[in-house]
Design a protein around this ligand. Structure first.
Ligand code: COA
Length: 323
C-alpha cells in the first residue's frame, strides 16, 4: 500500500532591506499625517531596497536563511517556485536568477508565479502539487518584492502602503506528518482597473511602471472575499474556527486583517501581525510574517496555521498548514 505524500515546511527564512521609510518621512513627501496612515492602514514604517538591491537579491538572503533552518544546502532543492510582481527582468525569471545566485547547478526546475499579493499562496500550492504527485521531494518557495520601485510617491492614495522584502520556506516530502493540508485558489479577471500597474509590460513600453488603485473598492472586495475563503477552507476540512491556532494573513492593511480575525473569532494574540513594520510587501508578506512568528517562538511544531491573501487580478487564496 502506498503512503500519502505530504509537503511539510522544513524551514523558514526572511530578509528585509536596511533602509526604512517611516510615516514621518512620508509627511515630508505628500500631504498626509502619521495619525491618518496609522488609523486607516496600521502601517508605521516600511523597508526600501538599496539602489543596487533587486528582488532576486532579497530572495537570495531569505532563501539561504530558510535552507539553513531546514538543514539543507541549495543543491538539495529540486524545485524553485518564486512569487513576485516585481521581477528583476521580463526574463529570465527571478527564480532562475535566484537559482544562479544560490550557486545551484543541479538542473532543478525554477519558475516565477505572478498572482500579485496572493502570489505566495499560489506558489505554495504549486510546489505542494509537485511534491504530492511525487515529481520532487524538496522545494524552495519564495515570495520577494521590490514594490517601492513601482510606487508613485506623488499618489497619496496608495504610496503609504508598499514595502520591500522577501520570505521563503523549504518544503520536504513526508509520509508521516500533515504539512500542507489544503490550498484554495481563485481569480476573477474582471477588476483590472481597480488595482493595476500603469506602464511597463508590452502595453506600456517606455513608460515607467506605477501602481494605480481604487483603494476603497479594493478594501470592500478584499474583506468580503477573505470572509468567503475562510469559510471555504474550514468547510473543506470539516474544521471549526476554534481549531485554527494561528492566522498568518497577507499584510495588506490592519483593518482588513482585523475583519478576517473577527470572522474567525480569533483574538489579536493569535494573529501574526507585521503590517506596522513591513507595510504591504505583496507576495512576500505571508512568508515574512510566518518567519517572524516561527523565529520569535510563537508558532510551534504541530500547530494549525491558516494563511490567506487577496490581491490584484483579482486573485485570492488560502493555505491550511499543520506546521
Ligand atoms: N493622507 C491623508 N488623507 C488621505 C490620504 C493620505 N495618505 N489618502 C487619501 N486621503 C484622503 C482622501 O483624499 C479622502 O479625502 P476627501 O474625503 O476629502 O476626499 C479621504 O482621505 C478618504 O479617502 P479614501 O480613499 O476613502 O480613504 P480610505 O478610508 O478608503 O483609505 C486606503 C484609503 C487606501 C487606506 C484604503 O482604501 C485601503 O486600505 N484600501 C485597501 C488597499 C489595499 O489593501 N490594497 C492592496 C490589496 S492587496
Amino acid at each position: 500500500m502506498s503512503l500519502t505524500v505530504n509537503a511539510k515546511i522544513l524551514g523558514t527564512g526572511s530578509y528585509l532591506p536596511e533602509k526604512l521609510l517611516t510615516n514621518a518621512d512620508l509627511e515630508r513627501l505628500i500631504d498626509t499625517t502619521d495619525a491618518w496612515i496609522v488609523e486607516r492602514t496600521g502601517i508605521r514604517e516600511r523597508h526600501v531596497a538599496a539602489d543596487n538591491e533587486f528582488t532576486s537579491d532579497l530572495a537570495k538572503v531569505a532563501a539561504e536563511r530558510a535552507l539553513q533552518a531546514a538543514g539543507l544546502s541549495a543543491n538539495d532543492v529540486e524545485l524553485i517556485v518564486l512569487a513576485t510582481t516585481t521581477p528583476d527582468r521580463v526574463f529570465p525569471s527571478t527564480a532562475c536568477l535566484l537559482q544562479n545566485k544560490l550557486g545551484m547547478t543541479n538542473g532543478a526546475p525554477a519558475m516565477d508565479v505572478q498572482a500579485v499579493c496572493s502570489g505566495f499562496v499560489y506558489a505554495l500550492s504549486t510546489a505542494n502539487a509537485f511534491i504530492r504527485s511525487g515529481q520532487v521531494k524538496t522545494a524552495l518557495v519564495v515570495g520577494a518584492e521590490t514594490l517601492t520601485r513601482i510606487t508613485d510617491y506623488t499618489d497619496r492614495g496608495n504610496c503609504m502602503l508598499w514595502g520591500d522584502g522577501a520570505g521563503a520556506v523549504v518544503l520536504g516530502a513526508t509520509s508521516t506528518e500533515a504539512g500542507i493540508i489544503s490550498t484554495h485558489l481563485h481569480a476573477d479577471g474582471r477588476y483590472e482597473e481597480m488595482l493595476f500597474v500603469e506602464g511597463g509590460g508590452t502595453c506600456g513600453l517606455g513608460q515607467s511602471p506605477k501602481m494605480r488603485m481604487q483603494g476603497n473598492s479594493v478594501f470592500k472586495m478584499a474583506v468580503n472575499t477573505l470572509d468567503a475563503i475562510v469559510d471555504e477552507t474550514l468547510q473543506a476540512n470539516g474544521l471549526s474556527k476554534s481549531d485554527i491556532d494561528w492566522l498568518v494573513p497577507h499584510q495588506a492593511n490592519k483593518r482588513i486583517i482585523d475583519a478576517t480575525a473577527k470572522k474567525l473569532e480569533m483574538p489579536t494574540e493569535r494573529v501574526i501581525l507585521t503590517v506596522a513594520e513591513h507595510g504591504n510587501t505583496s507576495a512576500a508578506s505571508i512568508p515574512l510574517a510566518l518567519d517572524v512568528g516561527v523565529k520569535d517562538g510563537r508558532i510551534q511544531r504541530g500547530e494549525l496555521l491558516l494563511m490567506e491573501a487577496f490581491g490584484g487580478g483579482f486573485t485570492w487564496g488560502s493555505a491550511l498548514v499543520r506546521f
